[in-house]
Ligand binder design. Sequence first.
Ligand code: G1P
Length: 305
Amino acid sequence: MRKVRKAVFPVAGLGTRFLPATKAIPKEMLTVVDRPVIQYVVDEARQAGIEHLIFVTGRNKGVIEDYFDIQVELVNTLSDRGKTAELSLLDDLQPTAGTASFTRQQAPLGLGHAVWCARDLVGPEPFALLLPDMIMQDSEGCLKKMVELYERTGGNVISVEQCDPAETHKYGIVGKGAEVGSGFRVDGMVEKPKAEEAPSNFFISGRYILQPEIFDILSTQEKGAGNEIQLTDGMLKLAKSQDFYAYPFTGRTFDCGSKEGFIQANVAFALWRHDIRHKVFDDLDELMRTVEPQERRTSSRTAAE
Ligand code: G1P
């Protein structure tokens, strides 16, 4: 069994749901409490034993590369001022030189295409794929539990959760086969099906362990749902020759690609933190009792006039 050493993070998305903020800041760099969304996802990968981080980026995403580099001036200033706690925080989060790689997707052709762009950096070995929109709150880590299942089953493993059956059109949906260890065998996959065409309400929630044969399939994969090259369509082809297992994640998942999910993530991670939990709890309680919705306005320009 080949160990899962590398993780791919597709971070090329435009983040249109977070305009105007994402005019200048990649959505993956938006802050949940005091760290960017991408840091939570990278932490989950490292907790699972991942040794090499591969980012598939795009135009205007250079700040992600800067974030994972050492900021020498900052380190020197903190050091001069004796800020040892801040220094050790930065040190803990810092990938060792040579363990983070970056490549560009060049054109927004879909998740399947973004994954394919990582083929040379991954090479002929199994790899993890983590969609950074989804951040997960769980002391053990979703990917770590998936690696444990993978060590038992081999093949390919994807994380799933159950959605409202009326919302299957938002996700990739898997069919449920026989139970195996902490998961079950995947029996069919379809990207964003209508409710009546969905094989179940188990949706693919953004964590994958895939075999490298997926790259050859993706190299000729045609466009599917949303006129994009879909990873789910590629996985469906791979499933003809390899086993797929689903790991039903039981912690909390926040879709930071949506405004509501992003706010929920901020609240949930603030309440998870011992240092700020009590103050945040009291403040939220007060706000929920006192804040009324803002008056409706047609546009900010009319409001200023
Ligand atoms: C992607 C995947 C989909 C998965 C979803 C999870 O869709 O294609 O299978 O369920 O992520 O967030 P996207 O959100 O990029 O449209």
